[in-house]
Design a protein around this ligand. Structure first.
Ligand code: PLP
Length: 390
């Protein structure tokens, strides 16, 4: 096989987790310790994560979807309540609302960021709205301060779905630092991974304490305390809880990953800068960029294919795929999915959501992306644009 054939066959994914021997050694240590379920490493990971994110409390859970569920539970959201959420988000954002028996009401997003704003939230509010979930979509920080100013005055709890946003900043601080409740994901599609995993952060000690109990069946004594005494005290179950625990194996990986977060963000931002430089002269493409009030970790780097581009979004994706490049359609729109399409999810205009979901492309960005691989992606787009130099 020639080098060029080899090159043509190698596939470039949109994302690859950045894991190495340090993570493997950390897991091996946990296994050797004999304590693999939620225990001392989960506690250490929570403390470290709270420190990095400037949160008073961090509660580790099984994933971000369960973190969102617990956020709404501890905020007292339930049946007959409305929760405003962006439709332009992974479906878990809306699903968490239905888990507590509340109704998701969809809000539109701003074209520049793909995020909800005080304007789009105000347009979606209903008399029954008791919470709003804002999303830092793809790592792009949401403009939280004006949204809090609107919602705090109305007694509406704002939950930040920061699933993608570890390492992003807002007004000079880590995203989520100014949130009442923030939910994080450590799925391999995200910048920091534990295989599966999530975190709930909050400044409210009462909410953190209740979330800690709810994640392990609302048991009065934690499993860790129960197992570390020879004669365990009798436990009590004050309400109906869940099993949303993280394992110590995951937390050990998370601790290593957290130590690399800054480097991971810097690398992604450098890759994005290279894309922007190489493609900025191409007519008909509009790239996502840092908003004036913060910085993105570029967990997802997207561009919009405008009518002025040589081919449409679907054809561009096909051409990239033919070159072995697995780019992706932009963020989904939950209101169009069969799970929600038939339901009453409010009456806000969702035209920007539909425009972005139909016309955006997410480009490959991952830590190990080589200059050679990135050139292949750039060349493929230039070729599609009809402005290739080959
Ligand atoms: C990935 C993601 C989730 C779900 O995270 P899990 O850890 O897989 O449950 C929720 N919201 C957004 C915005 C996401 O991108």
């Amino acid at each position: 096989m020639t080098v060029s054939q080899d090159r043509a066959l190698s596939r470039i994914n949109v994302m690859r987790p950045w894991l190495g021997t340090e993570e493997a050694e950390a897991v091996a240590e946990v296994i050797a310790s004999g304590w693999v379920a939620q225990g001392p490493r989960v506690a250490r990971f929570e403390e470290a994560f709270a420190g990095t994110q400037q949160a008073a409390h961090a509660v580790a859970v099984s994933n971000c979807t369960t973190a969102l569920h617990l956020a709404l539970k501890v905020a007292g959201i339930g049946p007959r309540d409305d929760v405003v959420v962006p439709s332009l988000s992974f479906i878990a954002t809306a699903n968490a609302v239905t888990y507590v028996g509340a109704r998701p009401v969809f809000a539109d997003v701003e074209p520049d960021t793909g995020n909800v704003s005080v304007r789009t939230i105000a347009a979606a509010l209903t008399p029954a709205t008791r919470a709003v979930i804002v999303v830092d979509q793809g790592g792009m920080p949401v403009d939280l301060v004006p949204i809090r100013a609107l919602c705090d005055g109305l007694g509406i709890t704002v939950v930040e779905d920061a699933a993608c946003a570890a390492g992003s900043t807002y007004r000079g601080r880590p995203v989520g630092a100014g949130a009442e409740l923030a939910a994080w994901s450590f799925h391999p599609r995200k910048i920091l991974t534990t295989g599966e995993g999530g975190m709930l952060t909050t400044h409210n000690a009462g909410w953190a304490d209740r979330a800690r109990k709810l994640r392990e069946h609302a048991m009065s004594v934690s499993a860790k305390d129960r197992h570390s005494t020879v004669l365990a005290p009798p436990e009590e179950y004050g309400e109906i809880g869940f099993n949303y625990r993280m394992t110590d194996m995951q937390a050990a990986v998370g601790l290593v990953q957290l130590g690399r977060l800054e480097e991971a963000v810097a690398r992604r931002r450098a890759i994005v800068a290279t894309y922007r430089e190489a493609l900025s002269g191409v007519a008909g493409l509009r790239f996502s960029q840092d908003p004036p009030y913060g910085t993105s970790n570029f967990q997802s780097f997207w561009f919009e294919v405008l009518p002025g581009f040589a081919v449409g979004r679907e054809e561009l994706l096909e051409r990239l795929a033919n070159d072995g490049i697995s780019a992706r359609r932009g963020i989904m729109a939950a209101h169009r999915q069969p799970a929600y399409a038939g339901l009453n999810t409010g009456r806000a205009d969702l035209s920007v959501t539909e425009r972005l979901t139909d016309h955006t492309v997410i480009l490959p960005v991952y830590h190990q992306l080589t200059p050679d691989e990135q050139s292949r992606v750039i060349d493929s787009i230039l070729k599609a644009a009809g402005s290739s130099h080959d």
